[in-house]
Design a protein around this ligand. Structure first.
Ligand SMILES: [Zn+2]
Ligand SMILES: [Zn+2]
Length: 654
């Protein structure tokens, strides 16, 4: 378990979260961060599509908001790639990001078979950096800004500036570099709205940002081609039969962007012969083409992304009557006003980046508030709840405490998915695991019924045994590549059995260890913080918190220090609790001062130095010096307070 892990900022690159973690923990070793996060020092830092996320999430402290899905959707590049991947590739990549420990699989997934290279250096928006530092005290790498083709910040309408941290290729695969410690560009270069190239770049950044805000958008390549046909035809670039007038189209795209801009975006097109990437994109429906190139084509055709990807949303209603503006119903199933058109006021929000307006509708009786797109029919179920309100929440609280009510029934009563019930319960700080017919835990959604599980366990095991008997000489890798889904299922659900039933490996040289280090690591890690506190608070002479002292307190001193190499979690926590010589000296100063104040009242600085047992070189350390200054500062009664002045807080603590 990792004792501390940062909460990601909005649109923060997962790499950046790792970097902030690394800054905070300050591991002594080069690969300490990798070991702590992914349980392996061979893990590598990735910018666009990180993997091993399952291993990482399982180590997060309880209650941490990150799940594998949330990380993939909110902090990686997958939502940028996914609209243009085949559905099977998309599923494979998702799976790989969560479960795999192998970086090599990435090549097979098709997401990186494009010719658009990432930017050379990490980039940031100087205005975003300034705002982040003001608002949250630090800045971070934003996901959007590292995408090739994104050259501007859509919020501030300024160009991105390169930092001194190398992105392609990364400087060091086993280390993270944070934005906070990087040299960031600070000069602001504004977008000139008069300049067509500037406008195009700003629009491109907005389109990528739009993709980042879709969840699971992966309609498949057939769908894309179905959508391209009318878009091309309406601009005169395709015949009714669907054949594309490639030459005309190429000239149009060239004219729209210009050679220079296309070159800058690594998407040059040939002047005369050949269709270049346009041909790949439109003629070979099964090849993966860089998302940027799709976006460029759609931009040149002036296609709105929302209309392209969600055509049904724009189908004209059958009797194109105007939609009446309210009153609206309360959609809270546990409100007395549910379904009644009782709400006659709604707050209209400014249009979003796609020009859609939404209304916020809030029930006065129960506080339930939902969002609705302008011009759509009044829904009967809330799709986008902004606030569940006190009545809904107290119903949840009551039912949560009642173990006779099943999670699914509760979800039905409350009108949401079971997963949502759990998420809201986490937010309300309700008890986990929840007692009931089936215990509800925070991780996962359903606790699978053991009966079903054993049945499919058997099936999968039989299939694996069958496969092995068919391929007698095959090793695990070969078996796995033969039936990847089967292997993945067993790996996820039946790992112990799978390990026992894999083709044998060559015995490693030397004696095998019979100690279950992972288990021992987990047992130990929980005790470290308590032990450190004990050492610090023990009466008598202060003792420094060191690895040895912790080992002694555990009664395992001899074993412990040698074994730490195999205890990554424990080592990680220990690094955060051990005291440096200077820290320990500071603590001695405060303890000694407290003692002197009790026995002698006032005291001179040299007395304190002696009582704290400070070596003269320690006395000069800045932290120690300021601790000494603090303890020998003049007393409060030397301070003249006028009537009505309050006594300064720091003096009250004396
Ligand atoms: Zn910005
Ligand atoms: Zn209501």
């Amino acid at each position: 378990m990792i004792a501390y892990f940062p909460t990601p900022h909005p649109d923060e690159l997962w790499y950046s979260v790792g970097a902030r973690f690394s800054d905070r923990m300050q591991f002594g070793t080069e690969t300490g961060t990798m070991q702590a996060l992914y349980g392996s020092r061979h893990a590598i830092a990735t910018v666009d599509l990180p993997h091993r996320l399952g291993a990482l999430v399982s180590q997060l402290p309880p209650g941490h908001p990150c799940t594998v899905d949330a990380i993939i959707d909110q902090y990686t590049f997958l939502p940028y790639y996914s609209p243009f991947l085949t559905t099977s590739t998309y599923a494979k990549v998702r799976d790989w990001m969560g479960a795999s420990t192998k970086a090599s699989v990435r090549v097979k997934c098709g997401a990186c078979t494009n010719r658009v290279r990432p930017p050379k250096y990490f980039r940031s928006c100087p205005e975003c950096d300034r705002e982040n530092r003001e608002k949250i005290g630090e800045t971070y790498w934003r996901r959007l800004f590292q995408v090739p083709g994104v050259e501007a910040c859509p919020i501030h309408k300024v160009f991105l500036e390169p930092s001194d941290i190398r992105l392609d290729p990364l400087n060091n695969l086993h280390k993270y570099f944070s934005a906070q410690k990087a040299h960031l560009g600070t000069r602001v270069h504004r977008i000139n709205p008069e300049d067509p190239a500037h406008r195009i770049l700003l629009d491109l950044a907005r389109r990528v940002d739009w993709l980042f805000h879709r969840e699971h958008l992966n309609p498949g390549l057939d769908f894309l081609h179905e959508q391209y046909t009318p878009a091309l035809a309406s601009n005169g670039f395709a015949t009714r039969a669907g054949s594309v007038r490639m030459d005309d189209l190429r000239r149009h795209v060239l004219g729209f962007y210009g050679h220079k801009l296309l070159e800058l975006l690594q998407c040059s097109l040939p002047d005369h012969k050949g269709d270049g990437w346009l041909g790949h994109l439109l003629r070979k429906p099964n090849t993966a083409v860089a998302p940027l190139r799709h976006l460029l084509l759609l931009g040149a055709l002036e296609v709105d992304l929302e209309r392209f990807f969600y055509p049904t949303r724009f189908e004209a209603p059958s009797q194109s009557e105007p939609v009446p503006p309210g009153p609206w119903p309360c959609l809270n199933p546990v409100c007395e006003d549910r379904g009644k058109s009782s709400i006659d006021q709604a707050v209209v929000q400014p249009p979003d980046i796609n020009g859609n307006q939404h209304r916020i509708i809030r029930c006065r009786r129960c506080g339930f508030a939902y969002q609705m797109r302008e011009g759509t029919k009044t829904p009967t179920r809330a799709n986008h709840v902004l606030d569940y309100g006190p009545i809904w929440k107290s119903t949840l609280r009551q039912q949560w405490a009642d173990s006779s009510i099943a999670l699914r029934r509760m979800a039905k009563t409350l009108g949401v998915a079971p997963k949502t019930v759990k998420q809201r319960a986490v937010e309300l700080g309700l008890q986990f695991p929840r007692k009931g017919k089936r215990p509800t835990t925070k991780s996962g959604l359903y606790v699978a019924k053991p009966r079903d599980m054993s049945k499919s366990l058997e099936e999968h095991r039989r299939a694996w045994v069958g496969l092995r008997s068919k391929m007698l000489v095959a090793g695990t890798t070969e078996l796995r590549s033969h039936r990847p889904a089967l292997y993945a299922w067993l790996y996820r659900n039946d790992r112990v059995w799978l390990t026992e039933n894999k083709p044998g490996r060559k015995e490693p040289r030397g004696a095998r260890s019979h100690i279950d280090w992972a288990k021992r690591d987990e047992e130990l890690v929980g005790q470290i913080a308590t032990i450190a506190a004990h050492i610090k608070n023990r009466p008598g002479m202060p003792r420094r918190v060191t690895v040895t002292a912790i080992g002694r307190a555990l009664g395992k001193q001899s074993l412990f220090e040698a074994a730490l190499a195999k205890l990554p979690l424990t080592r990680c926590v220990i690094t955060s609790v051990v005291e440096s010589g200077e820290d320990f000296a500071v603590r001695r100063v405060h303890t000694a001062a407290r003692r002197l104040r009790l026995t002698e009242g006032a005291f001179a600085r040299w007395k304190l130095v002696r009582a704290a047992g400070l070596h003269h070189h320690l006395e000069r350390q800045p932290k120690v010096r300021s601790a000494l200054d603090y303890e020998v500062r003049p007393f409060a009664n030397a301070l003249i307070l006028r009537n009505g002045d309050s006594v300064p807080q720091r003096l009250l603590r004396l």
